[in-house]
Design a protein around this ligand. Structure first.
Ligand code: SAM
Ligand code: SF4
Ligand code: SF4
Length: 374
């Protein structure tokens, strides 16, 4: 696969040094970007490694035995992550999501959860701390994570059928183990659980109704199944528009099996459109990044595994915070650098997708999702 042999490592070194402005930008919690959007949600990638090779995220042909993942020394330490998170919280972040790669592969993750759980908003409130995982290690770790202060988890699950599931994770991992992980998480009190299904037309779209039925019957209202449109993230997944199943079509298919009713959004900036089963069987969500962009109130920032700040899932460049962290910068300087980056943000890739504008495609390769965190 000649075309896939691309210098992916270059993606990770093309960081823009984070700029510390001459006039400090104090953390007031009132930060706003160029489009008037506040900063509320920080996603933290704790590892670029994963034990799955989902073709839409880390295709095996690219992320093979020769692929060089980040060395341990490049990764932000738990203390560095907590320091940066604290500064983001001072700027208004109220929600932290640990992700990756597969976050549960990061050794001792519960220690990081404990450190983050001790943070408070300027109003003295605890943060909403959650984690997105493929669920493979959840059965083993759910209790420790809950005890460390994790509130909720999101588990990715693309099929109920074992053959299809094994094909999609591309490492022959059985679906039963992920379902057992969800059971363990619910038993540990990590509820409600969100279950994310990325839908690819022709690959797993016939699994929509069986998975919905199973989630309703097995987990009840303790789990919310969310359908994600297959996105053109990164530069390696060979994305094609004809493999995207628009949420409207998906919802119609689900509605035919289980009638649905719309629900109001729970919070501004929420990615999923919420619906509920008319028979009281619980809630479902639709994340329609491709057919119904939600950039207008996007309040999410991402911190990469090695400490680069990304302002959009489809960004091509990050702002290097690690150099500041390791170069002796003060909290005030780092907070100012974060503030400046956010104030200058105008990203709205999903709204511009396909419009052919310069902003939608700068010609540079987009950074990979497992590196900046989903
Ligand atoms: N490994 C963890 C997992 O799979 O849950 C966390 C990281 S993963 C990058 C985060 C989320 O991104 C998952 O729910 C995954 O399904 C989703 N994702 C990855 N690539 C995607 C794509 N091309 N389109 C839509 N969602 C994608
Ligand atoms: Fe791994 Fe998650 Fe990406 Fe799948 S989606 S390859 S589980 S990081
Ligand atoms: Fe936010 Fe970028 Fe996604 Fe738009 S495309 S919702 S700006 S992350």
């Amino acid at each position: 696969m000649g075309e896939s042999v691309i210098p992916l490592t270059d993606l990770r070194t093309r960081a823009t040094p984070a700029r510390v402005p001459a006039v400090p930008i104090p953390a007031t919690g009132l930060l706003s970007d160029r489009l008037g959007r506040p900063l509320r949600d920080l996603r933290i990638s704790v590892t670029d490694r994963c034990n799955f090779r989902c073709s839409y995220c880390m295709p095996k042909e690219v992320f093979d035995r020769d692929y060089r993942f980040l060395p341990q020394s490049s990764l932000l330490s738990f203390e560095e992550i907590t320091r940066v998170a604290r500064l983001f919280v001072a700027h208004g972040v109220v929600k932290l999501r640990l992700t990756g790669g597969e976050p549960l592969l990061r050794k001792g993750l519960e220690v990081l959860v404990q450190q983050l759980a001790a943070l408070r908003t300027p109003q003295g409130e605890p943060l909403d701390i959650t984690l997105t995982t493929n669920g493979t290690l959840l059965a083993r770790k759910a209790v420790a994570l809950r005890e460390a202060g994790l509130k909720r988890v999101t588990v990715s699950l693309d099929a109920l059928d074992d053959d299809i599931f094994r094909r999609m994770n591309d490492v022959d991992f059985p679906v039963a183990d992920v379902l057992a992980g969800i059971d363990a998480a619910l038993a540990a009190g990590l509820a409600p659980i969100k279950i994310n299904m990325v839908v690819k037309r022709g690959t797993n779209d016939h699994e929509i109704v069986p998975l919905a039925r199973h989630v309703r019957e097995r987990f009840g209202p303790g789990a919310v199944l969310r359908f994600i449109e297959y996105m053109d993230v990164g530069a390696t997944n060979g994305w094609r528009l004809d493999e995207v199943l628009p949420s409207a079509e998906l919802r119609a298919r689900l509605h035919a099996a289980f009638p649905l009713e719309p629900l109001p959004a729970a919070a501004p900036g929420e990615t999923a459109e919420r619906w509920r089963y008319a028979d009281g069987g619980g809630e479902v969500g639709f994340i329609s990044s491709v057919t119904q962009a939600f950039c207008g109130d996007c309040n999410r920032a991402r911190l990469s595994t090695e400490g680069q700040l990304f302002l959009c899932l489809f960004a091509t460049r990050g702002h290097d915070l690690r150099s500041l962290l390791r170069g002796g910068a003060s909290d005030a300087d780092i907070a100012s650098a974060i503030g400046l980056a956010w104030q200058e943000r105008s990203d709205r890739y999903s709204e511009l997708r396909g419009s052919g504008t310069a902003e939608a495609g700068s010609g540079e390769r987009r950074v990979e999702m497992h590196y900046i965190g989903g």
